[in-house]
Write a protein that binds this ligand. Structure first.
Ligand code: ATP
Length: 578
């Protein structure tokens, strides 16, 4: 069994996650988080919120999952959010063309290749349909848009889409959100929520699904002035697999501090470098194994055209690298597009300390001249003159001025433009912020954390499986067991479980089966501590507390138990210290 298969088996058996709606045959790419999984997910989200919202001082919002078509026209998703699809001529199954190539060759990022090249590779390597084994050679490789379409209200006049990323819900509200931030840059807006992609071939349980949770932060910064607090993470060592190393013959990962990565120019954007440092610590905190983790830079062909520097956090499971988070410097692309398409103001007005006096060139073209001269193009000529005056006032130094519109030249005598340069006082300027975006996939992180926590050993001559989850992330913090369901042990155990719950700990009460089996059940869901109430507990007021990874047991007084377990789970005390 592969690492992923054995994990999915455990996940189903113990209630972490399982395929949805299986009573009706299910639908591929949809998974339900069971009781353990939902608790783990909520702990991971809380840890994310704590780090990226609370500690960073950002705001969090919750936007709708359905948005109208114009949003995705502006964002570019309607036209460009495609994957390559190839359909088997024999059985009709559809596959991601880049993935079938990657699976059959050494090529790692076939996504960055043009469709024709992928089609040629399929033919050259004799690649077969993963479903039926027929040859895929000669089958066309086409683009498939991943957005789920719907209609808003009855009829079809108002198309909408399930959001393919949570980010657009933040970008479209920028004018409002900027007000809430008192128009002061930099500020960040975060969101944790569902995103939907109609993936061509969902696979590897939570890794490629059609509905998933993203935790995204859009950090709006003034590109001229704002700098990240790099010192806070300057000495964090980050495992970097740069584009240059990926392309070099003997290239590999390099471990550099954030400071070195910036100084050597390996990471171009200081903002991206800052978030690589912050997130490295965060991944460690939630239980990602740092020996199976790296940051990989996008190759030029992979990068979105607007993004100047992109890195993915990747984790290794089953020998495959999985993208768990994307870090991108998106420039002003998103806000410019929404400004252009909506006609709204997507800038921040930056007040100067003191008002300044500047020379401003303006025109007021004589329409009674432009109209007869240029007919229907007159207004566009007037607009072009205005833009030119702002951009290059010296163009009006001659007797005539020429503007180009759609490859056609229009020449106007300067005296007809009413060109003038006046002194004006300005109290500030409009700045279009740039965006730095860390975008986390919660499901892939959960999959990684579980895979990396999965351990086996031998206890009392039997093989044991346990999840070595950090206590902060574990779905249950404490299992409470009466040794036997009689003689008052059950009553005391219930009382202790109640007290621990009141103290805010996540507690499971279990009185069924042999005590060893109860330990195994908790080990398999990663419960870090188990409390057993035995006869001595009734007489002495002490219980045994067992630690998951070592299976070591200690006797502790019932008095103060909640406080001790709390300290253990937050890391303020270690089991050895008890
Ligand atoms: P991929 O190349 O694997 O399709 P992507 O580059 O399209 O991923 P992004 O658009 O950068 O992914 O999305 C940000 C994060 O959302 C990813 O790092 C990943 O963790 C998560 N994510 C994206 N698509 C899926 C999916 N289909 N299932 C689960 N998580 C996903």
């Amino acid at each position: 069994m592969s690492e992923g298969e054995r994990l999915t088996e455990l996940a189903k058996r113990r209630g972490f996650y399982f395929p949805s709606a299986s009573a009706y045959g299910g639908a591929s790419g949809f998974w339900t988080y069971g009781p353990q999984g939902a608790a783990l997910k909520s702990n991971v989200e809380d840890a994310w919120r704590d780090r990226y919202v609370v500690k960073e001082g950002h705001q969090e919002i919750s936007a709708p999952t359905v948005m109208p078509e114009p949003v995705f026209e502006a964002s570019g998703h309607l036209d460009g959010f495609d994957d390559m699809i190839v359909e088997c001529g024999e059985c009709g199954a559809t596959h991601r063309a880049d993935h079938v190539v990657e699976d059959a060759t050494d090529i790692e990022e076939a996504e960055s290749l043009p469709n024709e090249e992928v089609m040629d590779l399929i033919a050259d390597h004799g690649i077969e349909c993963p479903s039926c084994g027929a040859s895929l050679a000669g089958e066309p490789v086409e683009n498939f848009n991943l957005m789920f379409e719907t209609n808003i209200g009855p009829g079809t006049s108002s198309p909408g889409y399930l959001r393919p990323e949570t980010a657009q819900g933040i970008f479209v509200e920028f004018p409002q959100l900027s007000e809430y931030a008192r128009n002061q840059l930099p500020f960040g807006v975060a969101q944790i929520g569902k995103a939907y992609r109609n993936e061509i071939s969902p696979r590897k349980s939570l890794v490629r699904v059609r509905e998933f949770t993203q935790a995204e932060l859009e950090h709006f910064v003034d590109p001229e002035e704002d700098e990240p607090p790099l010192d806070e993470v300057a000495d964090v060592t980050v495992p970097l697999y740069s584009a240059a190393e990926q392309q070099a013959e003997d290239g590999g990962q390099r471990d550099l501090t954030v400071r070195e990565a910036v100084d050597e120019g390996v990471v171009a954007s200081e903002w991206v470098a800052y978030y690589l440092g912050v997130s490295k610590r965060w991944y460690e905190r939630i239980g990602v194994d740092m020996d199976r983790f790296r940051y990989r830079q996008h190759l030029a062909g992979e990068r979105a055209h607007y993004a100047s520097d992109c890195w993915d956090a990747e984790s290794e499971v089953d020998g495959d690298w999985i993208e768990i988070t994307g870090f991108a410097y998106r420039g002003d692309y998103d806000l410019s597009k929404h400004a252009e398409h909506s006609g709204e103001d997507f800038t921040v007005f930056k007040q100067y300390d003191e008002p300044i006096t500047v020379e401003r060139a303006t025109v007021d073209p004589d329409m009674s001249y432009l109209g007869p001269e240029f007919g229907g193009d007159a207004q566009r000529v007037a607009d072009a003159l205005e833009a030119l005056a702002e951009r290059d006032p010296s163009a009006f130094d001659a007797d005539e001025v020429t503007v180009e519109i759609d490859d056609e030249s229009y020449t106007v005598p300067v005296e007809q433009t009413n060109f003038s340069v006046d002194e004006v006082t300005e109290s500030g300027e409009h700045v279009r912020p740039h965006v730095v975006e860390p975008s986390f996939g919660v499901g892939r992180i959960i999959y990684t954390v579980l895979a990396h926590a999965y351990e086996t050993d031998e206890v009392d001559g039997e093989e044991r499986t346990y999840l070595s989850l950090p206590p902060e992330q574990a779905p249950t913090t404490v299992g409470v067991f009466p040794l036997m369901d009689k003689d008052g042990m059950d009553d005391l155990a219930r009382e202790i479980a109640g007290d621990l719950r009141s103290a805010g700990l996540a507690v499971t009460y279990d009185d069924s089966g042999a005590i060893g089996r109860r330990y195994r059940r908790q080990d398999e869901v990663g419960t870090p501590y188990c409390v057993t109430v035995d006869y001595e507990a009734l007489e002495e007021g002490t219980v045994t507390v067992r630690e998951r990874d070592t299976t070591e047991q200690k006797r502790l007084p019932v008095d103060g138990l909640a406080e001790t377990l709390e300290q253990l789970s937050t890391g303020d005390r270690t089991f050895d210290d008890l």
